[in-house]
Design a protein. Structure first.
Length: 163
């Protein structure tokens, strides 16, 4: 039995401790926002936060999250109360197919939580592990830059979303 926090709620998983977190979240908890892309931790479509750090969950065994906090794209924001990055994604018309977008947003959210003043080089470095088959990289970078406090004010947008 593995207990952990999932999007603010204490949950329990009874199953193989080697099952990748992605499959536990999708199959056991029915949260389908995080996607399976490569199965090797290379593309980033499966990215979630583990104690605030962006993690590729297709290769992360569920045993590794015991006693920790997992946040999925569903826990980041809602349609009625979007995270500033989710709002920026809409404003910048980022997704085409949309398949990689939850992983892209989760990686960017972890970056900005750790470094709200992220510069272009910081964004490039953080996002290098996320692949977009549609090639939306300029729009992805633009959306992230618009939220970074060195451009529009991450804190101000976060307050706006919270109210």
């Amino acid at each position: 039995m593995i207990e952990f926090m999932l999007n603010g709620e204490q949950v329990t998983f009874n199953g193989d401790p080697e099952t990748p977190l992605l499959w536990v979240i999708r199959d056991s908890f029915k949260l389908k926002g995080s996607k399976f892309g490569c199965g090797a931790g290379l593309c980033g479509a499966c990215t979630m936060h583990l104690d605030g750090t962006a993690m590729k969950t297709c290769v992360l065994p569920i045993a590794a999250v015991a006693g920790k906090t997992v946040t999925t794209i569903e826990g980041l924001g809602t349609p009625d109360s979007m995270h500033p990055l989710q709002q920026a994604w809409v404003e910048h018309n980022v997704p085409q197919c949309g398949y990689c977008q939850s992983g892209q947003i989760m990686t960017a959210a972890a970056l900005l939580a750790a470094n709200p003043d992220a510069a272009e080089a910081d964004i490039d470095t953080a996002m290098a592990g996320n692949i977009c088959r549609c090639g939306c990289y300029p729009r992805i970078k633009g959306a992230i830059q618009s939220v970074a406090s060195n451009t529009l004010g991450y804190d101000a947008m976060a307050e706006e979303v919270a109210s």
